[in-house]
Design a protein around this ligand. Structure first.
Ligand code: GDP
Ligand code: IMO
Ligand code: MG
Length: 425
């Protein structure tokens, strides 16, 4: 059985959680390798809704091992709350099946304060972050002053690291952002209060993944966010602070890329974006409202309204040339039902030129006008279709058009949020 990545191809919220949950029964281990609780992955199983922020979506399948690896930034308080919520629904989250790498960086209380303070201070150019401290935590990781999960077994080291971090942060809080300074002792106490609960989960996950591989077991690497939110390849600076592309699964987990042979891009049948930044196919009319209402496009993490627009082939070409997915899962096709006409952006017009790919800068992308092709819609409700042949002809034609534009076949077509509402091809 193959090792695979499942990752977002657009601006996040493509339905990764649903597809990860679906495929979890075919692997022995599911790994989150980047991002943190900025993610919100909604999974619906037999009408019961689960929203996962840091724990891999594989947790809903009995016996599947779940790993939070080195590339993730982990808010320990959110992690423990998520465990409590899952336990309340009788999901096993014991340290026998859920593991955190000792190298995983912890989101500290001051990271959240800094994230919000920075956003609040901007009048122009707000990114619209989730406010979860993601960027500041990755900054400290790169500045080599971060606190890692494994550090919790050494309280003196944790105190020292907090002291170093707060020296800088407090200068900013007081001198620049005008927010309350934080006390080393209070932060230390707060963080150490969860050490006894967190430490049993901390294990060498590089070794775990390696030994599972040697036993012939397979792993699924669950991406968060999407290609256009990647720190290097997305619409910088309107991006998140990690590499969201599937290629990072190896670095973010310590598992050789050579062993990962399938890359499944999750592609929403239209486009959404939360937060600020250019979005050429955005709809400001009643069709945008239709997609938002029918698609339930409200953020699972912050509850914010998601901006909605037509499918953008330039974005998917970019995903293809960076990630080379082996297949894709098309999600939310059911949401398009009822529209007379469905538009697809096949290229951009930008300052007299026709472009097939997004320009490298956000300012450049903001100048792009979409060039649309139009396809006829369908009126039928497709949410109970379980076979490709059952889809209305125009829905099949739409999928085939996207396959042609993306350059790879759709292995899955999702027609509703439930695990069972998926057509496999
Ligand atoms: P993720 O962050 O990529 O996991 O996506 P989210 O969970 O944030 O957002 C996707 C939303 O669409 C969730 O509420 C899912 O339950 C829902 N969803 C997933 N696939 C489908 C689908 O094919 N049709 C419909 N109608 N909803 C879907
Ligand atoms: P999932 O995994 C959609 C967006 C935020 C903001 C930008 C930076 O559910 O697809 P951050 O808090 O990461 O510094 O915010 O990234 N963002 C997401 N948008 N889905 C997500 O995750 C996102 N995670 C971050 O809205 O624009
Ligand atoms: Mg989401």
């Amino acid at each position: 059985m193959a090792n695979m990545t499942v990752f977002g191809s657009q601006w996040g919220d493509e339905g990764k959680g649903k597809i990860v949950d679906l495929l979890s029964s075919e692997v022995q281990c599911v790994v989150r390798y980047q991002g943190g609780n900025n993610a919100g992955h909604t999974v619906i199983v037999n009408g019961q809704k689960y929203v996962l922020h840091v724990i891999p979506s594989g947790i809903l399948h009995d016996g599947i091992l779940c790993v939070i690896s080195n590339g993730v930034v982990l808010d320990p308080f959110v992690f423990l709350t998520e465990i409590d919520n899952l336990n309340a629904k009788n999901i096993d989250t014991s340290p026998k099946r859920l593991f955190v790498s000792p190298k995983t960086h912890l989101i500290m209380p001051y990271h959240k304060v800094l994230d919000s303070a920075r956003e609040n201070m901007k009048s122009d150019g707000k990114i619209g972050t989730t406010g979860r401290g993601i960027g500041p935590c990755y900054e400290d990781k790169m500045a080599r002053i971060g606190v890692r999960a494994g550090d919790l077994s050494d309280p003196n080291l944790v105190r020292q690291k907090i002291e170093i971090a707060l020296k800088e942060k407090n200068a900013l809080f007081k001198g620049l952002y005008n927010v309350d300074e934080m006390s080393v002792e209070e932060v230390f106490k707060e963080v150490m209060s969860i050490a006894d609960r967190l430490l049993p989960y901390v294990q060498d996950t590089t070794e775990l993944l390696y030994s599972l591989h040697k036993q012939g077991k397979s792993a699924l690497f669950e991406g968060a966010q999407g290609v256009m939110l990647d720190i290097d390849h997305g619409t910088y600076p309107f991006v998140t602070s990690s590499n969201t592309i599937c290629n990072n699964a190896s670095v973010g987990s310590g598992f050789p890329s050579e062993y990962i042979n399938e890359h499944i891009a999750i592609v929403k049948a239209y486009t959404t974006r939360v937060g600020a930044g250019p979005f050429p196919t955005e709809l400001f009319d009643e069709t945008g409202d239709f997609l938002r209402e029918k698609g339930g496009e409200y953020g699972a993490t912050t509850g914010r309204t998601r901006r909605c627009g037509w499918f953008d082939a330039c974005v998917l070409r970019e995903c293809y040339r960076i990630c080379k997915p082996t297949t894709f899962a098309l999600t939310k096709l059911d949401v398009l039902g009822g529209l007379d006409e469905i538009k697809i952006c096949v290229a951009y017009s930008c300052e007299g030129k026709t472009l097939s790919y997004p320009p490298e800068s956000a300012a450049g992308l903001a100048k792009c006008e979409p060039i649309f092709e139009s396809m006829p819609g369908w009126k039928e409700d497709i949410s109970s279709c379980s076979k490709w042949e059952e889809l209305p002809e125009n829905a099949r034609k739409y999928v085939e058009k996207l396959e042609e534009l993306i350059g790879v076949k759709a292995g899955f077509v999702s027609v509703g949020p439930d695990r069972n509402q998926t057509i496999r091809r």
